[in-house]
Design a protein around this ligand. Structure first.
Ligand SMILES: Cc1ncc(COP(=O)(O)O)c(C=O)c1O
Length: 393
């Protein structure tokens, strides 16, 4: 057999369904409510800082684990907000987005065969991340409508083989914000089984209706066993900049930095400078951001419910998970294809968030990081779906 073939690893996962939907959407000229990127501008102060850095010739490699001013901004912002001391020198590593931060962390701490607990539905990258790092995933289900987990099921997933648990709060795709009680339950198991928590908190500032984001690193005994992952992407509407970071216990930082160095050397130097300006915006920015997103959530909820989608109201992040069972399609992928090709609205098939596609067969995820005009256009197009439904009845 020819050796000019991909590796076994690379055959174990498919291309990203989310990014495929964006491509399909471009092909059909649809309204893209699939991939989670804003269609409105980033804050002027952040863009100005990036332009200024390029004009000042910040063009060469930054220190591989991140330019000092950005690492210091990340450390002091986390400490100020959550009262957990963080050392820029010993704990912060700047990566190319949360995507690389997660991959570098997993490659740095997981040996082939180690078990990693993942709540499902999960952000689709965690599947390939587990395969590439050699982890054996153990899935624990979050059950709709409120996406709670069964503490006994979670406890049963832990064993001596468990190396890490991946947490994502506020959560993509469900919009769940893990409560302090739930995090205490997870933390107790991590302490009991000596497990690392890898916590993706990229939607930290997008919480609604009085819910509060609690980083698991703030729970007793967790700061020295938690890798917190975050990025500029969502908070400052710059998903294409690819600047993220890890905050790790000093015992893990060396391994993460080594892996990161050989994966990418470093994130874009001028955009790291702009990251300092981003992290320096006043609190009012975050309050207004969350309020604007709450308005977008309510707008999309109203549209989707009017077009007969069953919606699970999100309390965080910028996605709405829906149930499409009533539309009577064979499965979520068939429905998503129909929606983008015939109706002109792109969304993500639910199966891409589950280890077993059957679990997401009647689900579809929409994102609401969009302008009002975009929602109005989606609304107009979805009328076709409603009419088709009425004709079929
Ligand atoms: C939960 C979660 N983590 C990470 C990412 C990717 O983040 P970044 O753009 O910083 O790589 C996303 C993007 O949608 C996400 O939803």
């Amino acid at each position: 057999m020819s050796k000019v073939v991909g590796s076994k690893k690379a055959t174990q996962f498919t291309e990203s369904v989310i990014r495929e939907m964006t491509r399909l959407n471009q092909l059909h000229g649809g309204v893209n409510l699939s991939q989670g990127f804003p269609d409105f501008p980033a804050p002027a102060v952040v863009k100005e800082a990036a332009c200024a850095a390029i004009r000042a010739d910040v063009n060469q490699y930054a220190v591989t684990w991140g330019a000092r001013p950005l690492r210091e901004a990340v450390a002091s912002e986390f400490t100020r907000r959550y009262r957990v001391p963080v050392s820029a020198d010993e704990q912060v590593t700047v990566c190319c987005g949360a995507t690389e931060a997660m991959m570098a962390t997993m490659l740095a701490i997981i040996d082939p065969g180690d078990e990693v607990i993942i709540f499902e539905p999960f952000y689709e990258n965690y599947g390939p991340d587990a395969i590439l790092s050699g982890a054996t995933p153990r899935f624990v289900t979050l059950r709709e409508p409120s996406w709670t987990f069964d503490p006994d099921e979670l406890a049963a997933a832990f064993s001596n083989r468990t190396k890490a648990i991946i947490l994502n709060t506020p959560n993509n795709p469900t919009g769940k914000v893990f409560s302090r009680d739930e995090l205490e339950t997870i933390a107790a198991l991590c302490r009991r089984w000596d497990v690392v928590a890898i916590s993706d908190e990229i939607y930290e500032h997008l919480v609604y209706d009085g819910h509060a984001h609690v980083p698991i690193a703030t729970i007793d005994g967790m700061a020295d066993r938690t890798v917190t992952i975050n990025s500029l992407s969502k908070t400052y509407s710059v998903t294409g900049w690819r600047v993220g970071w890890t905050i790790s216990p000093p015992a893990l930082t060396g391994a993460i930095r080594k892996v990161h160095d050989f994966l990418t050397v470093g994130a874009a130097a001028p955009l790291q400078e702009a990251g300092v300006a981003a992290l320096g915006v006043p609190q009012s920015y975050y309050t207004e951001l969350a309020e604007a997103y709450r308005g977008r959530r309510d707008r999309l909820l109203e549209i989707l419910e009017r077009h007969r989608f069953v919606c699970y109201r999100p309390f965080g992040a910028y996605y709405i998970m829906t149930d499409i069972g009533a539309f009577g399609f064979a499965d979520d992928v068939t429905f998503a294809r129909y929606l983008v090709q015939d109706v002109g609205v792109a969304a993500v098939p639910g199966s891409s968030f589950y280890s077993s596609p059957a679990a997401g067969r009647t689900k579809l995820r929409f994102c609401f990081c969009k302008r009002d005009e975009t929602f109005a256009e989606a609304d107009r197009r979805l009328a076709k779906l409603t009419r088709a439904g009425a004709a079929a009845r």
